[in-house]
Design a protein around this ligand. Structure first.
Ligand code: PMP
Length: 433
């Protein structure tokens, strides 16, 4: 998209791939991290060259300017997700830290929250997540359960990626203290029915709801107030921002009842020799010098995305995602994980190819200038449940085009043909005849 928001062909002509410098790079790994517009890298560069200073500290004008840039990035995030107010947005290093922040705080071993704070996890409490979560939304809750004595329960994966509302409803009880689910799966591309999930939780339990919005915030309008959840986490680097920045959004009343996550400068009210008192959110959770340049970069990324329009990005990607899915399903021996063709899905497809290991596939495609991901995508339980150890994944963003998909499918077909021509390779044509 150019400065006027018109769709143009992505100019990746200056990008080269080591193995074959003449090929145009087809970048299909945006679910891992997005490319960065020049507006973002320029904003970071400007910050370091014109405003570099620590925030909230010096009384000098440079520090005030840096503070104002940092805090205006918070305002941008707050408006982008329609938070109630800016104090609900906490900058973290990424979504992983945002989830760990809440999981650690709620299982705080020092009993900061005291027995009368209902939010704290304790023995007899239950946490519900799903088997298809990213490891970042599993391991922090495992640790929290171990520390607090709470029990961790899983909603099983279904092969078509459909969220199992029946089982979820059966797992919910008055003991459920926290539910954490992903908005969009980074493997199956399925979009979870958040309004039905929220409705069930509110009807059957007093639980807080955490939404891992890593794969939705970059691609669609996410309005935290209309979603009705209590916390969300997202990563800046998946939404055109730099690495090292992400955010936690939480309801202010909940955040201000939570134990600090890290101790240090800026998160305190008063420090005495024998104890300290703490600032309110967001400062309470931003100990030490924050990622200032990264926040400024994230602010520029939000301006960039807003300039295109999230509705527009979502619509474009829905169509492109369907196209990718259809084209992949046409390739012999390829199985795409997740919802069937025609179902709304994020613009990503994880897939397996009969007789070819995903790593070999991605290495060969890399030689063709096509960047896809291979592995378990930090979702081992999901892969295990579906009977795979690994998969390949092509994931798109608004800068990809149908031509990128065509080129990918062509390179994939070539690669599969090559593998199947090797001694002992599977000849799918023979098999089917
Ligand atoms: N959840 C999901 C669904 C993800 O896709 C990712 C990133 N792959 C994460 C959490 C973790 O994000 P980060 O590594 O940026 O903290």
């Amino acid at each position: 998209f150019d400065a006027d928001g018109q769709l143009t062909t992505t100019d990746t002509s200056s990008n080269t791939v080591d193995t074959n410098p003449v090929k145009r790079l087809i970048y299909l790994d945006s679910a891992a991290t997005s490319q960065k517009p020049i507006q973002v890298t320029k904003a970071i560069d400007d910050y370091y060259h014109k405003y570099n200073s620590n925030v909230h500290r010096g009384a000098h004008s440079l520090s005030r300017e840096a503070t104002s840039l940092y805090e205006s990035a918070r305002d941008k995030v707050s408006t982008f997700i329609n938070a109630n107010n800016r104090n609900e947005v906490i900058f973290t290093s990424g979504a992983t830290e945002a989830i760990n922040l809440v999981a650690s705080s709620l299982s705080c071993p020092i009993g900061f929250c005291q027995a009368n704070n209902w939010m704290c996890l304790k023995e007899g409490d239950e946490i519900i997540i799903t088997e298809s979560e990213h490891h970042s939304n599993i391991v922090p809750w495992q640790l929290a359960a171990q520390k607090s004595g709470a029990v961790l329960k899983y909603v099983p994966v279904s092969h078509d990626g459909k969220f199992d509302l029946d089982t979820f409803g059966e797992l919910l009880s008055p003991n459920t203290k926290l539910v954490s689910v992903q908005h969009v799966s980074n493997v199956m591309g399925c979009i979870n029915p958040i309004s039905s999930i929220v409705e069930l939780v509110r009807e059957k339990s007093p639980a807080m709801i955490f939404l891992d919005a890593c794969q939705s915030v970059p691609h669609t309008v996410v309005d935290v107030q209309s979603l009705g959840v209590d916390f969300i986490a997202a990563s800046g680097h998946k939404m055109c921002g730099p690495t090292g920045i992400g955010f936690l959004w939480g309801k202010e009343a909940l955040l201000n009842r939570m134990a600090p996550y890290m101790g240090g400068g800026e998160m305190i009210d008063q420090v005495y020799m024998d104890h300290s008192t703490y600032a309110l959110s967001p400062a309470r959770f931003e100990a030490g010098t924050p990622p200032i340049a990264q926040a400024v970069g994230l602010g520029a990324a939000i301006d960039y995305l807003d300039g295109i329009g999230m509705e527009r990005i979502h619509k474009y990607e829905l169509e492109l995602g369907q196209y990718l899915h259809r084209r992949l399903e046409e390739v012999k021996g390829v199985t795409v994980m997740g919802p069937p063709v025609g179902t709304d899905r994020a613009a990503l497809c994880a897939f397996v190819c009969e007789g070819v290991h995903p790593s070999d596939l991605s290495t060969f495609l890399d030689g063709e200038g096509v960047a896809i991901r291979a592995g378990h995508h930090c979702c081992q339980p999901l892969h295990r449940a579906l009977g795979y150890s690994h998969s390949a994944r092509a994931s798109l963003y608004f800068y990809n085009t149908k031509e990128d998909v065509d080129e990918f499918v062509r390179a994939l077909e070539e690669t599969l043909k090559f593998f199947r021509s090797l001694d002992g390779g599977v000849d799918l044509d023979d098999e089917q005849e």
